[in-house]
Design a protein. Structure first.
Length: 276
């Protein structure tokens, strides 16, 4: 268990260093007095991996000799929990998405993707806070593009307004054209304009038709049953995340909830890579 934990930290630190070097951003102290941002990012990966609070992860990591050596930090040099909390907010969503893409590449993905959506609960805050902040939306809709070979999450879209699957599916699919050669989706993604857009980019759409007429049955019968049958890998990824990390998000602000979901998906990919 200890060796597996250190392997995760090494992999997370390598990813953080690579990405932070490619996209410099003020993760630590904006005045430049903090230590490198990749160390903050590594602690965030470890926080989700160990299902810890900000205070717990600082305490635990500062007592781990090999982790301290990897991060090149003395026991008394770790950031305060509040500093780590603020650094999570400083990293823009585009950078967190970059971490997600890089973590998926570690899993050696194939060329077939599956798309699906699920909901995460956001009711962990107190009723008093929800009433005071006028927050009535109780769940977040999350759409994921999953590689069917490695079960790694290639991309993630989060929304508090529950857009239709055809809208989010089009957005997620078209920004990942270069990663997939075919895309499987259930009847929720039945959109002819999406099929045409995928075909124009050289991607084979395997999107099931809703049944309104006899020819819809014929369209579904012509789908490649073997490739379409791998659509369940997207459901498997969601199930694994909810069993491993829980079905709820804990931050109060919506933008922090979105970032937490992308961070969780990145940690899930890193754990998948360790199993290979």
């Amino acid at each position: 268990m200890t060796n597996l934990l250190f392997r995760f930290v090494k992999q997370a630190a390598s990813l953080a260093q690579k990405r932070c070097a490619a996209s410099p951003t003020a993760v630590s102290d904006p005045t430049g007095h903090g230590f490198p941002g990749w160390k903050h990012v590594t602690l965030h990966f470890l926080r989700v991996h160990m299902d810890a609070t900000y205070r717990e992860i600082v305490d635990w990591a500062s007592e781990m000799d090999r982790v301290r050596g990897l991060l090149q930090l003395a026991r008394t040099a770790f950031p305060a929990p509040s500093t780590l909390y603020r650094s999570f907010e400083r990293v823009p969503m585009s950078i967190w998405r970059g971490f997600l893409r890089e973590s998926a590449n570690i899993c050696d993905p194939g060329s077939h993707g599956a798309i699906d959506a699920t909901f995460f609960d956001r009711e962990t805050a107190s009723r008093h806070y929800q009433h005071r902040s006028d927050r009535h939306i109780r769940t977040l809709k999350t759409t994921a593009l999953v590689d069917t070979d490695s079960c790694a999450i290639l991309d993630l879209h989060c929304s508090a307004h529950w857009p239709h699957d055809t809208q989010t599916g089009r957005r997620v699919a078209l920004r990942n054209i270069g990663k997939i050669e075919s895309l499987a989706g259930d009847k929720g993604y039945d959109d002819q304009s999406l099929r045409d857009a995928l075909r124009s980019e050289g991607v084979r759409p395997l999107l099931r038709h809703r049944l309104f007429a006899a020819y819809d049955h014929a369209h579904n019968a012509r789908l490649d049953s073997e490739l379409y049958g791998q659509r369940w890998m997207a459901e498997t990824a969601f199930s694994a995340i909810k069993r491993r990390f829980g079905p709820a998000v804990h931050p109060r602000a919506w933008y922090r909830e979105f970032r937490e979901l992308v961070l969780t998906a990145t940690v899930y990919n890193l754990e998948q890579a360790l199993k290979q």
